[in-house]
Design a protein around this ligand. Structure first.
Ligand SMILES: Nc1ncnc2c1ncn2[C@@H]1O[C@H](COP(=O)(O)OP(=O)(O)O)[C@@H](O)[C@H]1O
Ligand SMILES: [Mg+2]
Length: 510
């Protein structure tokens, strides 16, 4: 009995002590109210201390970003389903900018712009929280882009080579294979150590799931991360997606890793930004886009960089995508993006319909940084390729009209047709460096000229296994290899000749 009474008294004492220790202090919390609500935006009054880009919390737990500070009102984009908010709802400031979870735990996941899972999995166990907007690395913190980023697409790696830390725009009309190029590049990283982040803005759910499926099937999904702002997500979430994806990628760059960030696509991002800006009654500029549309894209893409060795030497390569209307690359958003990036891969619908895939228009495409980083073995072989191909395209135009051609022209055209056959490539079948080198060698040594055009495809398909068997040194080439040594070159050549021979008799000389 006594022990029970003692226990009771002790616990009472404990509670009393805690009550005495509890200090009563006034806690100031500013509360505002929603005065107007629109499609994904809200106007709020009564939070005079709100700062630009501050995260606000609405009644019901929905978050919003203060993007427009007026004299008495605050324009806010909502980051979630607005159905629980109405005029008069309470709003609280947080004094913080939007933050998202970052860390290794995100790899292999599909999340939205706030890091919430979309793959049906458990919430992401974040190692840290990072602000979605971060300043780009300063000039002094950067190093020159030095290593290539292999896409596995011969037409890109040979003629428009990309470097780690570069920004390259993929631009073209709808359904010309823009996403396909980005996805193939992600898939090719299965044989490198690059971490891939795919950010989808305003894409259909079905296209997004196709991308995720393709990477899971052919790539290295445990080194990939998908940040998705689908077309039916809140406009604010779509708008935030590329910034959030970039912050998630920066986490790895800061730890010395090479990261690839695909943003699919910035034209839709611009459109969603225009939508919220107009709803917030901000003054429209050219094509009704708000005046800072150039700045919001350049401050995003400036975050791509290769860091100096003192900072770990990591890199962030950005592949933004832009969609044109009827091939018009001089429209407002495409020209902005072309001037921000270090080059563009231009996809031509005409080539696509002629079944030349990937439909890269080599003449309109350029890479202003990657050329210096191109693997030495590839560089020496691809130097003349661009010129030969351009000459062929021009000659082919003329001969289409059926005019007689001399023997030399005929040869150039037949050679060009083989270049074109070698440059076209199926989806999800990235070429390792060794096979790229072998194909270019077969072209430049004239081995393919002796092969009927329709057999070039078979030559390509058989090439991988043939090299592995007959010339394993070629299959093992990597981007740090020096220029092709003469002995290796002649050995690859000999085995390629054997392969061509095994495919049947040579074509009749022209
Ligand atoms: N290299 C290719 N070989 C075969 N089909 C391709 C190739 N590239 C793209 N496609 C197909 O073309 C269609 C459009 O490609 P997609 O990448 O979705 O275009 P975009 O992103 O430009 O709208 C898809 O059905 C895709 O499978
Ligand atoms: Mg697409």
């Amino acid at each position: 009995m006594t022990t029970l009474a003692e226990d009771l008294r002790r616990s009472l004492d404990h509670s009393r002590n805690r009550l005495i220790a509890f200090a009563l202090e006034p806690q100031i919390e500013q509360i505002g109210r929603v005065v107007e609500i629109g499609d994904g935006v809200a106007t709020v009054i009564g939070l005079p201390e709100t700062r630009l880009d501050e995260l606000l919390v609405f009644e019901g737990g929905i978050h919003g970003l203060a993007v427009d500070l007026g004299e008495h009102t605050i324009g806010c984009v909502l980051l979630g389903d607005a159905s629980t908010i109405s005029s008069g709802s309470l709003v609280r400031g947080t004094g913080q900018v939007a933050r998202i979870p970052v860390g290794e735990a995100l790899l292999g996941r599909v999340v939205d712009a706030l890091g919430a899972p979309l793959d049906g999995g458990s919430p992401v166990a974040a190692e840290a929280f990072a602000p979605v907007e971060q300043p780009a690395p300063a000039i002094i913190d950067r190093a020159l882009v030095a290593r290539p980023l292999a896409t596995g697409l011969l037409v890109v790696d040979a003629m428009i080579p990309l470097g780690r830390g570069q920004r390259e725009l993929i631009i073209g009309d709808r359904a010309t294979g823009k996403t396909a190029i980005a996805v193939d590049t992600i898939i090719n990283q299965r044989s490198s150590d690059v971490i891939c982040v795919y950010a989808a803005v305003g894409q259909k759910a079905s296209s997004v799931s196709q991308v995720v499926e393709a990477v899971r099937r052919y790539g290295a999904p445990d080194r990939c991360l998908f940040v998705i702002g689908e077309a039916d997500a809140a406009p604010g979430l779509q708008w935030l997606t590329p910034y959030a994806a970039c912050a998630m990628a920066e986490y790895f760059m800061a730890r010395g890793r090479d990261v690839l960030l695909v943003i699919d696509d910035l034209t839709k991002h611009a459109a969603v930004y225009r939508q919220v800006s107009l709803l917030l009654r901000r003054p429209p500029g050219r094509e009704a886009y708000p005046g800072d549309i150039f700045y919001i894209h350049s401050r995003l893409l400036e975050r791509a960089a290769r860091l100096a060795p003192e900072l770990g030497g990591g890199s962030l390569t950005a592949l933004p995508i832009a969609e044109t209307q009827a091939g018009n690359i001089s429209a407002y958003i495409p020209t902005n993006l072309i001037s921000i990036t270090d080059g563009q891969i231009y996809l031509d619908p005409r080539l696509f319909y002629e079944d030349q895939k990937p439909a890269v228009d080599v003449g309109k495409s350029v890479s202003r940084v990657g050329g210096k980083t191109q693997a030495a073995v590839l560089k020496s072989l691809s130097e003349s390729l661009r010129l030969e191909y351009a000459q062929f395209l021009e000659l082919e135009m003329f001969t289409r009209f059926g005019s007689m051609v001399d023997e030399r022209t005929h040869k150039v055209i037949e050679h060009g047709r083989r270049i074109r056959a070698v440059l076209s490539q199926q989806q999800f079948a990235p070429l390792p460096l060794g096979e790229q080198v072998a194909l270019l060698l077969a072209l430049s040594e004239g081995i393919l000229d002796g092969l009927p055009l329709e057999r070039v495809g078979t030559f390509r398909t058989n090439l991988g296994s043939w090299l592995a068997e007959h010339c394993p040194e070629a299959a093992a080439l990597d981007d740090r290899a020096e220029v092709l040594r003469e002995d290796l070159r002649s050995r690859i050549k000999a085995s390629l000749e054997l392969l061509a021979h095994s495919l049947g008799p040579p074509s009749a000389p022209p």
